[in-house]
Design a protein around this ligand. Structure first.
Ligand code: ADP
Length: 581
């Protein structure tokens, strides 16, 4: 059992995968032994012929041997077929299980993880690494372990027949394996380098695609292509170097193993001359030798593959090993006041929030104000458990949110953040994401309330118009109104709002403002405020500076307070609002 677990981790296998490998191993042993059995039939036939030639014994029954050969062919077919099923056949299910499992796992990981592994990196794991492992899962492991076992059985038989010839025949096998295992560190290092170079390439391509407009706008095509070419060349070089080294070791090992043919003939000839064995014994060994190296030849390439696959297996296991953000599946808060209790937070080592305590009450708008980088967005993210606070606690309606499953918790939140994510689907479906199973009428009502009607009516198929990947066919203001419509449809008791999303051109602004006021009525609203108009209308203002609260109170209180930071910010913004071009 313990071995199973270690093995499973080493090769990132599912439970089913482990039993598939066991099955594959068993069938490989059977296949290898059956093939050896074929050699046995050939040997018996030769013995009979030799008997006829030397002692004039009667010729063997042709019918008997034909039947024997036919039975062998049938057996060989059946066992090979079973081996195929047990190796290739089952692996597609395994690949599916692993990919779905990875996606499930990724969904539950804390957002911090996605800072460490970017999109290109994760795509490479789900597609590339799983592909690389596929061959290892399907074949390499089954063939490898199967060959070890069958050769051990055959070796015991050979030793029982003649230990001197057995040594002459098999000495190359351990030497070849030792050579290959000796090169293991080098192979793994090469695999790591190749992987890193491949990731550079996919990162480069993704970056170029994401920034294609900026690249064109700033005439950077040549520079970008040169940089990308450099990365592709570097990848090619590391790959060729790695393949060359692996090829040298694998073929070297194979040649050494085959030196066994020469030593068997030499030793055999000597033994015959000195009368210690008869020719038929040597003949038997020569028959065996034609088959005994074959499984190992395959195994040598597969061992190299297994070494290389370790980099991919480790990358898969890293995802499984990252602790998921989990918690209770029920969330029954008493009201929806959000209470920050002495909250501290660091993204990496750098402390971003220190001793933050405040309450955002239900039915009120609480505005977070402060200079850029003071920690406003971080507070909003912590309030929704997108990250977990490193110190202190955040409670909603008296329940510590760190103890609630993020998905359950988020059903009580609507978020209108800067980065609106839209899917390549129709307007209707993009809004419907706010509430699973909402009817078309509900979606339309929310869209109307969010002032989407006007731009949707101009789209060729209205609400059924596809909007392109991440809403490429929509303007910034339209995207935001879709995201507000989603939030309206969801009608969650807590709304987190990054107001920068609402700072658009004047016409759009009034429309978005109208939509927003409908969204916010009666909710617990935490807004990252940028404009004085919103701030003045807030019920409560929390002023942050360098991750700490410096002032807190109603707008009127803060404006009157002697030397208040808020009053200074207010005066500055009011002055700039009067500037005109
Ligand atoms: P604000 O919203 O007030 O502009 P933020 O909460 O975005 O401030 O940022 C506070 C600090 O945390 C900044 O110093 C910023 O550089 C840092 N920060 C924000 N997001 C991340 C992140 N994902 N990883 C690391 N540091 C971050």
């Amino acid at each position: 059992m313990l071995f199973d677990k270690k093995f499973q981790r080493k090769f990132a296998l599912s439970d089913q995968g482990v039993s598939n490998v066991k099955n594959g191993t068993a069938w490989t042993v059977v296949v290898n032994l059956v093939v050896m059995g074929g050699m046995g039939i050939l040997y018996l036939l030769m013995m009979q012929f030799m008997g006829t030639l030397t002692d004039g014994a009667p010729l063997p029954g042709v019918l008997l041997f034909s039947l024997g050969a036919l039975a062998f062919v049938a057996l060989s077919f059946i066992t090979h077929y079973q081996q195929y099923q047990a190796t290739y056949g089952l692996v597609y299910e395994e690949v599916k299980t692993i990919r779905v499992g990875l996606a499930e796992r990724l969904r539950k990981l804390p957002l911090g993880f996605f800072g460490k592994r970017d999109l290109a990196d994760l795509t490479e794991t789900i597609m590339g690494d799983v592909n690389r492992m596929e061959h290892v899962w399907s074949h390499a492991l089954g063939y490898l372990y199967g060959s070890y076992i069958s050769t051990a059985i055959i070796a015991v038989m050979l030793f029982a027949m003649d230990w001197r010839l057995a040594i002459a025949c098999l000495w190359g096998v351990p030497v070849a394996f030792a050579l290959l295992f000796g090169s293991r560190r080098m192979a793994e290092r090469n695999a790591e380098k190749t992987k890193a170079a491949a990731l550079e390439v996919s990162d480069g391509i993704q970056e170029a695609l994401e920034n294609i407009r900026e690249i064109h706008a700033t005439n950077q095509e040549k520079r970008y292509l040169d940089a990308l070419n450099g990365k592709i060349d570097a990848h090619e070089r590391t790959m060729i170097k790695g393949e060359l080294a692996t090829g040298l070791f694998v073929n070297g090992a194979s040649v050494i193993m085959r030196l066994g043919v020469a030593t068997t003939i030499l030793v055999g000839a000597n033994l015959i001359v000195s009368g210690q064995i008869d020719f038929m014994m040597l003949f038997l060994f020569l028959l065996v030798i034609t088959r005994v190296y074959a499984p190992f030849d395959q195994s040598l390439t597969m061992i190299a593959e297994v070494f290389l696959s370790q980099v991919s297996a480790n990358r898969l296991m890293e995802i499984y090993d990252t602790p998921a953000a989990e918690g209770a599946m029920t969330f029954e808060p008493a009201g929806h006041d959000i209470v920050f209790k002495d909250v501290g937070f660091a993204y990496d080592d750098e402390q971003v929030l220190k001793g933050v305590s405040f309450t955002a009450r239900e039915g009120e708008v609480t505005a977070l104000v402060g200079p850029s980088g003071s920690g406003k967005s971080t507070c909003a993210r912590l309030a929704a458990r997108l990250w977990d606070a490193t110190e202190g606690a955040i409670e909603v309606g008296g329940v510590d949110i760190a103890a609630v499953d993020p998905e359950v918790l988020l059903s009580d939140y609507s978020m209108v953040f800067q980065d609106v994510t839209l899917f390549d689907d129709t307007v209707m479906e993009n809004i419907r994401l706010g509430k699973h199973g909402a009817s078309d009428e509900e979606v339309r009502a929310a869209a109307t309330a969010a002032n989407c009607d006007e731009f949707v009516s101009k789209l060729p198929q209205g609400y059924d118009t596809p909007i392109g990947e991440n809403g490429a066919r929509l303007s910034g203001g339209e995207r935001q109104r879709i995201s507000i419509a989603r939030a309206l449809l969801k009608d969650a008791p807590i709304v987190l709002l990054d107001e920068a999303t609402a700072s658009l051109d004047v016409e759009n602004e009034t429309k978005v403002q109208g939509a927003l006021s409908r969204l916010l009525a009666g909710k617990t609203v935490l807004v990252i405020a940028h404009r004085m108009r919103t701030v003045e209308n807030a019920d409560k203002i929390v002023v942050l500076s360098e991750g700490s609260i410096v002032e807190e109170g109603s707008p009127a209180e803060l404006l009157e307070r002697e030397g208040s930071v808020f009053a200074r910010m207010h005066a500055l913004q009011s002055a700039s609002a009067q500037w005109s071009l």
